[in-house]
Design a protein. Structure first.
Length: 202
């Protein structure tokens, strides 16, 4: 099995986890764990609050590197329906697929491996501009990840199903947020993702 020594994580606020202390964020927990295996291990995080796949294509600056594991977590913002958008999402489902595919291919070199995280169910219940909950809208984008994974030769990290064993309130921040991971949610993300990628690192 090929081994890697670098990790790059791309995403939105579900990656940034800015509401948590730095040492409680799942990216930092992964960094700490992998550093114990190899002190030369490097992790770079490219995360922006509120970012969609279209935004990511425009503002993310990353120079593709050899022997790197790439992890992506996007879609929560694409699938948001603001009332001001008159029943339309921030990014259509088809454009989400096109943008995401383009982004992964742009950053991935031939000797790299990529993973797509499929997020989690939110505890927020309010109706959005399309008169549906964000959870209902997000499902279509989550399902579209399988096509994106196929086109980009990526693997899906199924955090959604594994977190489904818990109530959304147990792993999401309290109201008024109800979207982002709390400390418990971040720890579960870490465990799921680390278990998936650890064997690929020296």
């Amino acid at each position: 099995m090929k081994k890697y020594n670098n990790l790059a994580v791309f995403g939105d606020s579900l990656v940034a986890c800015e509401n948590l202390q730095k040492n409680k964020r799942w990216t930092e927990l992964i960094k700490k764990k992998l550093k114990k295996k190899n002190k030369k291990f490097k992790i770079k995080t490219y995360a922006f609050n509120g970012i969609t796949t279209l935004d990511a294509l425009k503002i993310m600056k990353y120079k593709p590197k050899d022997n790197t594991i790439l992890i992506f977590l996007l879609g929560a913002n694409d699938s948001t329906y603001y009332k001001s958008l008159n029943g339309k999402p921030r990014v259509s489902l088809e454009n989400f697929k096109k943008n995401y595919t383009k982004l992964v291919k742009k950053f991935k070199k031939r000797n790299c491996k990529s993973f797509l995280i499929n997020g989690h169910k939110f505890s927020r219940k309010r109706l959005e501009g399309n008169k549906k909950t964000h959870n209902k809208s997000y499902l279509n984008y989550k399902f579209k990840l399988r096509q994106i994974a196929s086109k980009t030769k990526s693997e899906i990290i199924d955090t959604y199903t594994k977190l489904g064993k818990f109530s959304a309130k147990s792993y999401c921040l309290r109201s008024p947020d109800e979207i982002h991971q709390n400390i418990f949610g971040s720890k579960i993300y870490f465990k799921i993702i680390y278990k998936k990628i650890e064997r690929y690192f020296v």
